[in-house]
Design a protein around this ligand. Structure first.
Ligand code: HEC
Length: 118
């Protein structure tokens, strides 16, 4: 009996965790203010392109990329778990809200065609 109860608790906890992470991702998307994101990303355009398509091969294009992925990378640059001399400096000044807005804005842009050589 106790074995079954134990499994039940684990199952309940897993269901709760999945529900929470879904809730968080929906919230992150709903909260993005695209025009604020566009304004905050103006300084990023010199490297990543005005519309998120970079012209220099060492700078990644961001247009159309998943907002969740972009936000995760920006937080990683900000907290130092991902390190790049240029990006670490750029991300250090971003607030949580700006990260969500910027990520949502880049996600809303049209991506470059697959296979574009750069
Ligand atoms: C001086 C040039 C420069 C500027 C300005 C700049 N970046 Fe970057 N960014 C880079 C480089 C270089 C990389 C690749 C880093 C690496 O190789 O890890 C990068 C990577 C990224 C990534 C990760 C992309 C991926 O596919 O993993 C994100 C997200 C990003 N930048 C967002 C921004 C935002 C938002 C801004 C403005 C606040 C900005 N960048 C400003 C040069 C720049």
């Amino acid at each position: 009996m106790s074995v079954f109860m134990g499994k039940g608790i684990v199952k309940t906890a897993l269901v709760a965790m999945v529900a929470l992470s879904v809730a968080f991702s929906i919230q992150a998307k709903a909260e993005a203010d695209l025009s604020a994101g566009k304004a905050a990303a103006r300084v990023c355009g010199s490297c990543h392109g005005i519309k998120g398509i970079a012209n220099v091969p060492s700078y990644p294009s961001l247009a159309g990329q998943s907002a969740q992925y972009l936000a995760k990378q920006l937080r990683a640059f900000r907290d130092g778990s991902r390190n790049d001399p240029q990006m670490t400096a750029m991300a250090q000044h971003l607030s949580d809200k700006q990260i969500i807005d910027i990520s949502g804005w880049y996600n809303s842009l049209s991506a470059c065609k697959p296979g574009v050589k750069k």
